[in-house]
Write a protein that binds this ligand. Structure first.
Ligand code: C5P
Length: 227
């Protein structure tokens, strides 16, 4: 069977990674969470005090990028690859609301994008990959054989993210989560470099009223037809 590249882009918390993971597993493909890479760079900046409460030293982050090593290691038990920052597993640390509140500013920096996009293209060069993010179908793999663009109402998305953070025992309010989802969407879709947008040839899926199973079924059938 021929191997293809599947790009899944869309707004924050549209459930891209859930369906991307399921799809990769069903097809025997590699799943790459590109957002985890931007989150890991953000975590680095926070750990090094490059980002603090009211300061962000962009120049320092850019000058230290060559020592920020992001990698993935497959976790057999979880069934997907976890992200590592300079050799340390940061899969949980990158999912906090605090990282979410800083990540879109980091993702605006062209030098950061250039470094991560190169790595993403490298990871997908053999095809047989499902990658989710914001610019996968437009910038990273403009020639991907199959592209999805996921949407859902901001409230639906904030509810999902809020539930996820509570399950992780984070002390957050729904209002803060909603605010974060909305502000990330705004920054992500209006930035100069690689803004979030639907690729011309992407199939749009609004999953506000779709169950996870129904959404997976729809995407899986389309993927099988494309292979
Ligand atoms: O997918 P996730 O919500 O974890 O992504 C976190 C952030 O990383 C996004 O809000 C966006 O700012 C950035 N991102 C990006 N390009 C990608 C993936 C993520 O700019 N391909």
């Amino acid at each position: 069977m021929k191997k293809i590249t599947i790009a899944i882009d869309g707004y924050s918390s549209t459930g891209k990674s859930t369906v991307a993971k399921q799809l990769a597993k069903a097809l025997g493909y590699v799943y790459v969470d590109s957002g985890a890479m931007y989150r890991a760079v953000t975590l680095y900046a926070m750990q090094q005090n490059i980002i603090s409460k009211d300061n962000f030293d962009v120049n320092r982050l850019v000058s230290e990028l060559d020592i920020v090593k992001i990698s993935f290691k497959y976790n057999e038990q979880l069934g997907f690859a976890e992200v590592y920052l300079n050799g340390t597993n940061v899969e949980n640390d990158i999912r906090t609301l605090e990282v979410s509140q800083n990540v879109s500013q980091v993702a605006e920096i062209s030098e950061v994008r250039r470094m991560l996009v190169l790595q993403q293209q490298q990871m997908g060069k053999e095809k047989g990959v499902v990658m989710d993010g914001r610019d996968i179908g437009t910038v990273v793999f403009p020639d991907a054989e199959l592209k999805f663009f996921m949407t859902a109402s901001a409230e639906t998305r904030a509810q999902r993210r809020y539930k996820e953070l509570l399950e992780r025992h984070e002390d957050v309010s729904y209002e803060d989560v909603l605010k974060n989802v909305e502000s990330r969407d705004l920054i992500d879709s209006t930035r100069e470099d690689s803004p979030l947008m639907k690729a011309k040839d992407a199939l749009e899926i609004d999953n506000s009223n779709l169950s996870l199973a129904a959404q997976f079924e729809k995407i899986y059938v389309l993927a099988q037809n494309a292979i």
